[in-house]
Design a binder for this molecule. Structure first.
Ligand SMILES: [Zn+2]
Length: 289
């Protein structure tokens, strides 16, 4: 108990598995113990009316550079990821840093209003948009610093070796504000290039002491086997617990023996999985009978 005034009291907040609602007190943007004057010591009061009180939600996989472009692109007629990527190429050529920042801020504010306080955003790094998506989202992060914590992943959507110049851009992105090294290793011309793609990501990550978060095997094609390579390289480099694999849809198409082996490697490497059902329940499985 303290005698200090507080900035805000939130009364009647319902905590998970607790019978009696509680009052919460905030000073200088942080929760503090109840002042001796109780709610009377608060400059402002919000009555939570018994509503559930939880920690801020976390959005682990968003693309703030591509958010809210639906109104200015043509529809995705096949409903596939391939066509979605084709559509984005045209839109990406027209990107400006300012409009990316504006869309990203609008998206961040909407998510915050729904309780999300932490974001991990991929941003495209490629020869089409260059570093504009990164610059736009870095600026949005700066302008929303008071309400949101945002990590940025440098994401080579078009491949690294398939898209000439992207290897240099990936290094530059890490100097220009990206926190994590991204990847899309299946989007290369050969399994050997997929392995080089992952190897380069580790080289950059080790140079910057950064974590890795890749888009992995986002396809029904059971020949997409880059999750296995990612797990093996994670262990070789000792990056246990610092690597995330997103999507990993091809796992569902593997023969059971191979799937079990890959799942075992993923466990041994301590790889985090973010499977994005909201995206892949729509985009995948369209070729199935
Ligand atoms: Zn993604």
């Amino acid at each position: 108990m303290t005698d200090d005034r507080v900035d805000l009291a939130i009364t009647g907040a319902h905590f998970w598995r607790e019978e009696t609602p509680r009052d919460l007190f905030v000073r200088d943007g942080r929760f503090v113990p109840s002042p001796s004057g109780g709610t009377a010591a608060a400059a402002n009061t919000i009555d939570a009316g018994g509503r559930l009180c939880v920690a801020g939600f976390l959005e682990p996989h968003i693309h703030l550079d591509k958010a809210q472009i639906n109104d200015d692109v043509r529809p995705n007629r096949s409903g596939t990821l391939d066509e979605a990527i084709e559509i984005i190429w045209a839109r990406k050529r027209a990107y400006t840093v300012e409009e990316i920042t504006a869309r990203a801020i609008r998206t961040i504010r909407t998510a915050v209003a729904h309780g999300v306080t932490r974001f991990r955003s991929h941003v495209d790094v490629d020869s089409i948009g260059g570093l504009r998506p990164l610059e736009g989202v870095v600026e949005a992060r700066e302008r929303t610093r008071d309400i949101a914590d945002i990590q940025i992943v440098a994401f080579p959507q078009e491949g690294i070796f398939k898209d000439k110049g992207t290897d240099d851009l990936m290094w530059q992105a890490m100097e220009a504000g990206a926190d994590l090294v991204g990847g899309m290793p299946f989007n290369e011309n050969s399994p050997a290039d997929s392995a080089r793609h992952i190897a380069l990501a580790f080289e950059i990550a080790k140079h910057h002491d950064a974590d890795i978060d890749m888009h992995v095997d986002e396809t029904d094609d059971p020949d997409a086997k880059t999750l296995e390579i990612l797990a093996e390289q994670t262990m070789e480099h000792g990056w246990h617990g610092r690597v995330t694999a997103g999507h990993t849809c091809a796992l569902a198409g593997y023969e059971e023996d191979y799937a079990n082996r890959v799942i075992g490697l993923v466990r041994d490497a301590g790889i985090h999985m973010i499977v994005n059902p909201a995206t892949n329940l729509i985009l995948q499985g369209r070729g199935d009978a």
